[in-house]
Design a protein around this ligand. Structure first.
Ligand code: S3P
Length: 429
């Protein structure tokens, strides 16, 4: 159990390249495993979560070698040659691994049993079991297939139309992957666009994808082609440094090599609306746009965020709560009840931590209302073993009058193992 302490007066400045994108790293492993032949992935995020995906695919008979820490070679076995796993597939803390794996398992004739850690066992899976069952998979789990341990037995799937009312990319990805195995066109539609990395990769690997508005359809391909890919930097990890830049008046932080997929950049728009000075440049656009973003701190103003904004900044909401605590006026976030079923209940956890730092926060079932202040108190806060909570509190610490101590801070390993190293680098300590 480690505690990270931020001392008053700590200032971050300079430039940094964030680690590889977590969502894209997971997807590349899953899809390359199902392709026919050798794929190579550079810039892979070898964090705890993404290594869960590597390990479950190894259990399903795929040879994955780590050429370097951030480079994988994957010998794809094709869509129909995964092998029945000898044991329960353990997905740790990773929601993306659990849910996308359910999609893959639905396409297999053998039975797969999936389980995760204490947090995963509390996260709802009905959103995945329901459409996959409609496609013909047999899914059993606690509370009618809502919680792991879950068993999936599939094969012979039929296509469906699915309305994804949660606008969840994990649901969309699981259904599209199961659609690889259906005997017709599978379509999924959502009210607001969620991240589209799965569609982009499937297209690149030769699958026929048809997009219409917020709907996407997949025609089952005969095979997926292997891929050579470089994972862009994770905008959700870069967001911590952009926020650090925004809350320090007159200081600039640049993030380089960061993915700027428009379904993920809601946070940059929020920073700009709050008054931060932002410069953004796209440097390449080979399947995913990648560029540099520089933020210079300013006095921030409160903002209102509603349901339709949520999917493009879902993982950055705890950090936006920190920004709101330091902005002039009130920040309102509503329509975000999904936060209650993330790695921890992120609304409850942030309310508790921000109150510890002296912030007036009102809690709603689907969000918060925050009164901004010019600075925060110090204190001991919790990570709730949630990586994004720990990193958000590190940014809050930059504007506290006395030390902020973050308990159980090692959970950053889930998505950003080098977070504290990079923090010290930017702080020059
Ligand atoms: C993810 C999608 C989001 C996000 C999660 C990663 C993905 O979840 O919160 O961290 O890689 O598809 P939902 O799609 O469930 O909103």
């Amino acid at each position: 159990m480690s505690t990270f302490e931020i001392k008053p007066g700590t200032a971050l400045e300079g430039s940094i390249t964030p680690p590889g994108d977590k969502s894209i790293s997971h997807r590349l492993v899953f899809l390359a495993a199902l392709a026919e032949g050798r794929s190579r992935i550079r810039g892979f995020l070898s964090s705890d979560d993404c290594m869960r995906t590597v390990n479950v695919m190894r259990e399903l008979g795929v040879c994955i070698s780590e050429k370097r820490k951030d480079e994988l070679e994957i010998l794809g076995v094709g869509l129909h040659s995964l092998k029945s796993p000898a044991k329960v597939l353990y997905t740790g803390n990773s929601g993306t691994t659990t849910r996308m794996l359910m999609g893959i398992s639905a396409g297999q004739k053998f039975r797969t049993v999936i389980d995760g850690d204490e947090s995963i066992r509390k996260r709802p899976m009905k959103r995945i079991s329901e459409p996959l069952s409609r496609m013909g998979a047999v899914i059993r789990g606690r509370e009618d297939g809502n919680f792991t341990p879950i068993s999936v037995e599939g094969g012979g799937l039929k296509p469906i139309f699915c309305y994804n009312k949660l606008s969840s990319a994990q649901v969309k990805s699981a259904v599209l992957i199961a659609g690889l195995y259906a005997n017709g066109v599978t379509e999924i539609e959502e009210p607001f666009p969620s991240r589209d990395h799965t569609e982009r990769l499937l297209e690149r690997m030769g699958a026929e994808i048809v997009r219409k508005g917020n709907a996407v359809a997949i025609l089952p391909p005969r095979k997926l082609n292997p891929i050579e890919a470089t994972v862009p930097g994770d905008i959700s990890s870069a967001a911590f440094w952009l926020a650090a830049g925004a809350v320090q008046s007159g200081k600039s932080i640049a993030v380089e090599g960061v993915g700027l997929n428009p379904t993920r950049t809601g946070f940059i728009k929020v920073l700009s609306k709050m008054g931060a000075d932002i410069q953004m440049k796209i440097c390449s656009d080979d399947s995913e746009p990648v560029g540099i973003v520089t933020v210079t701190g300013n006095n921030l103003v409160g903002i209102s965020i509603q349901k339709d904004d949520i999917p493009s900044l879902i993982d950055e909401i705890p950090l936006i709560m920190v920004l709101g605590s330091l902005a002039n006026g009130r920040t309102i976030i509503r329509g975000a009840s999904e936060l209650r079923v993330k790695e921890t209940d992120r609304i409850q956890a942030m309310v508790k931590n921000l109150r510890t730092l002296g912030v007036a926060v009102k809690e709603y079932p689907d969000g918060v209302e925050i009164e901004g202040r010019s600075g925060l108190d110090g204190g001991e806060v919790e990570s709730f073993t949630d990586h994004r909570m720990a990193m958000s509190m590190a940014i809050a610490g930059l504007r506290a009058k006395s030390p902020v101590k973050i308990k159980n801070s090692e959970c950053v390993d889930i998505s950003y193992p080098e977070f504290f190293t990079d923090f010290r680098k930017l702080a020059k300590i």
